[in-house]
Each structure stands twice: as structure tokens, then as C-alpha cells.
Design a binder for this molecule. Structure first.
Ligand SMILES: [Zn+2]
Length: 226
């Protein structure tokens, strides 16, 4: 009986939840987060621009540039151009990019986020993942999102939306208690244009997901001059 009660009511978890929601989080973040599930991606980008301070935007771009460097490494290896960095207290603690997306040896496990998280946990198995921010050049898929959530990560920043297989609009509140109580922060569209440019290069030259809905959508997106 004790274990059942402990599982249902965990005072430490409850405190963490309050701190996540109210400690040191700018008001704009809360507005974006609480309304996330009802907002279009375009509306989210507009809200992000309104609510985030200049400093927050600059920091997001700084780390996203590092994730983009990983994505460019993937593209140079003819891999699907997704990069990821994990940041703790302003320091990059792990980085990685997509592997094994090439024809003949492709799998759907070695995504950039999973590769990066594995790398982090192999070096720092006891790290508190709740203090991490995940910077991903593309919106994480359902596998990567749930893997990072279960590992404790709650703050996600991404560049280009995955309108075909992105997982960040997963309605956590409709799922079982473990997921329903999770409070997640999401920032969309950070350096989107740079990430989009890589995907357009990829879909013009390589076969992975070629002619997919994502490929068609990506190649139809206007690219801004930089
Ligand atoms: Zn993924």
C-alpha cells in the first residue's frame, strides 16, 4: 500500500512541478506554454517574438547555431540534416547529429536527439536532465520527444517544423498520469530559415523521404535571403 501511495503522491515531484511553472520563468513563456496545444505553429512563432526578451532570443540563436553546425555535418555525410545540442546552465553538455539515414543501412533509431542523449548519458549517467534545454534544428519526432520527456527534459527549442512527423503537438494532458502532469516549454522557429535551407538541399539531392509530404512541403517553402 505504501508503494501505491508513494507512486501517486510524490511531494518532491509536486514541488518540482511548481518550481518548473513559477520559478524564474518569464511571464511570456507561461502564456506561450499554457496555450501551446491550441496554437498554430505560425501563431507560436509570432508569440515567441512578442514575449521573449532580446537576450533570450540571442541565447537561443547562439545554441541553435551550434545545432545547425551538427546538421551541416550530417548533410556533408549525406545524412538527413538534423543536429541537436543539449545545454545546461549555459554550457553545451552534449551534441550530435543524425546517423544511419542513408539508403542501404537506414534505421529510425539513430536520430540526432537520441544520438545526443545517449552520448550525454554515457559520459554523465547521473546528470539531472530536468535542467537541460534541448536545441534541435528540426522539430523532434514522436520517438525523440518521448525519449527526452521520459529522461526528464522539459524545455525544447527547435528551428524548422516537421509538418509530417513532428511530435511536439502531442496532447500530453490526454495521456496517462506520468505524461499528463508534465509541464513543457517549447520555442518554435529559431533560425528556421537556416535549417530549412539545409532540408531543401537534402531533398534536392538525396533519396531519404524523397517525394514524401515533408519533402513536398519543404521544397515549396520560400527561402529568405540571409
Ligand atoms: Zn526523432
Amino acid at each position: 500500500m505504501f508503494f501505491v501511495l508513494a507512486g501517486v503522491f510524490d511531494p518532491q515531484a509536486a514541488i518540482r512541478l511548481r518550481l518548473d511553472r513559477f520559478s524564474g520563468v518569464p511571464a511570456g513563456y507561461l502564456v506561450v506554454n499554457l496555450q501551446y496545444r491550441n496554437r498554430s505553429r505560425k501563431a507560436l512563432q509570432e508569440e515567441r517574438a512578442l514575449f521573449l526578451s532580446e537576450t533570450e532570443n540571442m541565447n537561443h540563436q547562439k545554441y541553435m547555431q551550434e545545432a545547425l553546425a551538427e546538421a551541416r555535418s550530417a548533410l556533408a555525410a549525406e545524412e538527413f540534416p538534423v543536429g541537436c545540442v543539449l545545454v545546461q546552465d549555459g554550457e553545451i553538455v552534449a551534441r550530435g547529429h543524425r546517423r544511419n539515414s542513408r539508403a542501404g543501412k537506414s534505421n529510425e533509431i539513430d536520430h540526432a536527439e537520441v544520438v545526443t542523449l545517449r552520448r550525454l548519458l554515457s559520459r554523465h549517467p547521473d546528470i539531472d536532465c530536468s535542467s537541460l534545454v534541448a536545441y534541435c534544428t528540426m522539430e523532434p519526432c514522436l520517438m525523440c520527444y518521448s525519449t527526452m520527456l521520459l529522461s526528464g527534459i522539459r524545455h525544447f527549442v527547435y528551428g524548422y517544423e516537421d509538418m509530417m512527423g513532428g511530435g511536439l503537438n502531442l496532447p500530453l494532458y490526454q495521456l496517462n498520469p506520468l505524461y499528463a502532469q508534465m509541464q513543457v516549454q517549447v520555442e518554435a522557429g529559431v533560425l528556421r530559415n537556416e535549417s530549412l535551407a539545409l532540408f531543401q538541399q537534402f531533398f534536392r539531392n538525396f533519396s531519404y523521404w524523397q517525394d514524401s509530404l515533408l519533402s513536398q512541403y519543404t521544397l515549396a517553402q520560400p527561402l529568405q535571403d540571409t
